[in-house]
Structures are given as C-alpha cells and as structure tokens.
Design a protein around this ligand. Structure first.
Ligand code: ADP
Ligand code: MG
Length: 258
C-alpha cells in the first residue's frame, strides 16, 4: 500500500518542487512504483518531469472539481516507474470554485485512496501557501516532508507550518505525521549554511534527514530540459544526494524509531 508523502512549506523557493521531482525520480530509479501529484498551479513539477502541462486534458483541477476520475488523470510512465497527475494555471481557480463543496478538504484523499494500492509511494508537491490545495494534500497524505532552505530565515514560518499540521491532525486527518525535515541548497563554502543547520537542529524538535541536499547547478538546470536529475546528470552531487535521500525515505518506512 503506497505511502503518501506531501512535500510542504508555505515559503516559496525552498526546494519543494526540486525535491518532489528528484526524490520521486530517485525512488523510481530504485525500483519503486511512484505516483507524483502536482497541486501547485505553477505546474513546475509537471514541466520539470517533461509534461506539456498546458496540453493535458485531465489535471488535478478537473479531478478536484469533479469533472473526471483519478484514473483518467494519471499519465502513465512519463519515466520508468513514474506516473504523474499534472497541474497548470487552471488550478488557481480551484480555491474559489471549491467554496461550498461538501467535504472539500477530502476530495483528493478520496481519489488517492482509489489508486494507493498501485504504488509504493505517492508524492504530492504543494503550492507555497496553506490554502485548500495544501489542506487537500495533507488530508490525502500519511506524512509531511518539509524542505528547509539553508538560509538565514530558515526557521521563519516553520512554527506556522507545524501548527497547520497539528490542526489538520486534530480535525481532519488524525494519522498525519511528520515524515522528516530535509535541508536544501546547502552551500559548503559558507559558514551560514552550517550555522543554519546547527540552529535548526537545536531549535526544531523534528526528525531530520542525515542527507543534506547541496546547492548544485545541475539541479537548477535539469527542469529546463524536462528531466529529473537522474536522467539529466546522474553523476552530479545533486543526483547523488537525492538518491541518498530516497534510500533514507525507503528505510524510514521500515524503522520504528530513528
Ligand atoms: P519551491 O518549490 O519550494 O518554490 P523550487 O524547488 O522551485 O522551490 O526551488 C526554487 C529555485 O531554486 C529553483 O529555481 C530551483 O531550480 C532552485 N533550486 C532548488 N534546489 C536547488 C539546489 N539544491 N541547488 C541549486 N538550485 C536549487
Ligand atoms: Mg514549487
């Protein structure tokens, strides 16, 4: 039964989409069957995985407003072992259109539950906000994976995110847990990155991955070729780090405590 992981942080530019794309691709490379769901109207996860997002007929938007079934939304094997439900700018209207929908927080969950058994992992990328789309993702998910950018304001907004997770757990999805926190864009040449990591470790009482994602230009380049790092440059430090993260994610699922 697929473990559903939502990648969330209401801050933009922290590496959510880069992590969604490359963690998914690395898990797929390790032989796991993956479904990626892009719930950000920007659709960067979709285009980063080579999808012509504006030409897709059935996206997350059509799914949420009830125009289609989840099976019809899944684009199969865009890469080996990797399926996707994509999104595009149409999804920006969903927030308003869903107002008044019954149980609107659970639309994605109900859909995902129908296909869970087909996958090892379902990875959901989120928009940089705590809106209905993110809440839908958190209701569909088992766990939340939080990317934290190694910069001075790293901790800002984190308590708000953790409060939202608490709130969702209390009211909507009692099983929701923190999957883990992953540091992104680590720059070994600066003291700042190291200080941020130490500061967050000292102040955040959460599971933190041993793998730290370095700042790596190949990771930034890959999306413009519509490829995950596993295909664009499998020997880069970026590819290596996401592979290690994928191994940790797989092993976490087997461990009780870590
Ligand atoms: P988010 O989805 O949280 O807004 P993104 O994953 O889109 O963040 O990342 C923001 C920007 O930083 C993008 O241009 C992306 O290519 C770049 N980026 C993300 N992670 C890395 C990294 N480890 N090394 C270099 N560039 C990165
Ligand atoms: Mg993003």
């Amino acid at each position: 039964m697929g473990r559903t992981i939502v990648i969330a942080n209401q801050k933009g530019g922290v590496g959510k989409t880069t992590t969604a794309i490359n963690l998914s691709a690395s898990l797929a490379d390790l032989g796991k069957k993956i479904l990626v769901i892009d719930t950000d109207p920007q659709g960067n996860t979709s285009s980063g995985l080579g999808v012509e997002k504006n030409e897709v007929e059935n996206t997350v938007y059509e799914l949420l407003i009830g125009e289609t079934t989840i099976e019809e939304c899944i684009q199969k094997e865009v890469f080996e072992n990797l399926d996707i439900i994509s999104s595009n700018i149409n999804l920006a209207a969903a927030e308003i259109e869903l107002t008044g929908f019954e149980e609107k927080e659970f639309i994605l969950k109900k859909a995902v539950d129908q296909v869970r058994a087909d996958y090892d992992f379902i990875i959901i990328d989120c928009p940089p906000s705590l809106n209905t789309l993110t809440i839908n993702a958190m209701c569909a998910a088992d766990t939340v994976l939080v990317p934290i950018q190694c910069e001075y304001y790293a901790l800002e907004g984190l308590s708000q995110l953790m409060n939202t997770v608490e709130l969702v757990r209390d009211r909507l999805n009692p099983n929701l847990e923190i999957e883990g926190v992953v540091f992104t864009m680590y720059d070994a040449r600066t003291n700042l990155s190291l200080q941020v990591v130490e500061n967050v470790k000292a102040n955040l009482d959460q599971k933190i991955y041993k793998t730290i994602i370095p700042r790596n230009v190949r990771l930034a380049e890959a999306p413009s070729y519509g490829m995950p790092i596993t295909k664009y440059d499998a020997r880069s430090t970026g590819a290596e780090s996401y592979r290690l993260l994928a191994e940790e994610v797989i092993n976490r699922g087997n461990e009780e405590e870590w």
